[in-house]
Design a protein. Structure first.
Length: 312
């Protein structure tokens, strides 16, 4: 029997794009995201949603309101990397030419996907592309305008973070990494470098993926004419939380352990320690949440020292 979800290319020459969205108890955000995707101009596309054992009625609401969306339901929370890998395996088996990873707490411009595909399709060496991403609550303030990795400082960061949009951020360019919040990747790139690394519990798996792509000879490009709005870390509580602080430190360490060269370690620990100290001082002014974040930072540092390799 023919697979009913096998979306085939139309008569035009547009490549087939599969959009993968991972949801975990984010019903309202996910419904808003899917509403914005309905207005997207690009065809052919297919949306698959991986639900990580939500208990908020997400699956029922999505199936009722968006019957065109394929929904795969996990029995437990498989986190970002594994859930996206499930979607990618499904996409590649169905003949996808491109795969788009898209956070469920985003809303997109109608032409965002067409711009990304056209840009990526023009050069064989481009493996991944990403849009300009704004804060949802402040729609002209930037959250992502390309990513940089500074090995000698142990730093993974967004260009343009919290700055207002302007001409400075309107130039397409090759970057160190594209955020997994909205990342379009070619099939050929996935086939060469493999899926996301599931040993990252959460965070830094996108930077790791981009590093592997670059080592394999692919380029990662920031495409500013494609626009997305992001509600920021909805799945981890929004803003800086103890959960986010702990896992950011642990995942960043895992990333640099794998990709940094020996000479980077001559300076990296000092910069990282200084950054942690400054963050602890900043959080000390916040009586309750600050204490929780400070405790999480210390636990992350202690677990690294004790060589706890499995992220919990």
């Amino acid at each position: 029997m023919e697979d009913p979800w096998q979306t085939r290319r139309d008569a035009a020459t547009n490549p087939l794009v599969w959009i993968i969205i991972v949801n975990w108890n984010g019903k309202n955000d996910t419904l808003a995201c899917l509403s914005s995707l309905r207005r997207v101009t690009y065809q052919p596309r297919h949306v698959v949603l991986i639900d990580n054992a939500s208990s908020d009625g997400s699956v029922e609401a999505i199936r009722a309101n968006y019957p065109e969306v394929e929904v795969l339901v996990n029995a437990r929370n498989e986190r970002f990397a594994r859930a996206n890998n499930q979607g990618m395996a499904r996409a590649l088996a169905a003949g996808a030419d491109y795969v788009l990873l898209l956070n469920n707490d985003t809303e997109v411009a109608p032409d965002f996907l067409e711009i990304l595909v056209r840009f990526a399709h023009q050069r064989l060496e481009i493996g991944m592309v990403g849009p300009k991403i704004f804060y949802s609550h402040d729609r002209q303030r930037l959250w992502f305008a390309g990513g940089e990795i500074v090995f000698w400082k142990g730093r993974i960061a967004h260009h343009g973070l919290r700055q207002f949009d302007g001409e400075k951020w309107n130039v397409p360019r090759a970057v160190d990494y594209i955020t997994g919040c909205a990342l379009l990747i070619k099939r050929e790139c996935i086939e060469k470098i493999g899926p996301l690394d599931e040993s990252y519990f959460i965070y830094s798996e996108d930077a790791d993926w981009c590093m592997r792509a670059r080592h394999a000879g692919f380029l990662c490009w920031f495409v500013p004419s494609s626009n997305v709005w992001h509600k920021i870390s909805s799945s981890s509580g929004g803003g800086l939380t103890a959960f986010k602080a702990y896992h950011k430190v642990r995942s960043n360490f895992l990333f640099f352990k794998r990709h940094a060269r020996w000479w980077h370690w001559l300076t990296m620990p000092w910069w990282v320690a200084g950054g942690l100290f400054l963050e602890i001082l900043r959080q000390a002014a916040n009586p309750r949440a600050g204490r929780e974040i400070i405790s999480a930072l210390w636990r992350a540092f202690a677990d690294i020292v004790r060589r706890k390799e499995i992220l919990k």
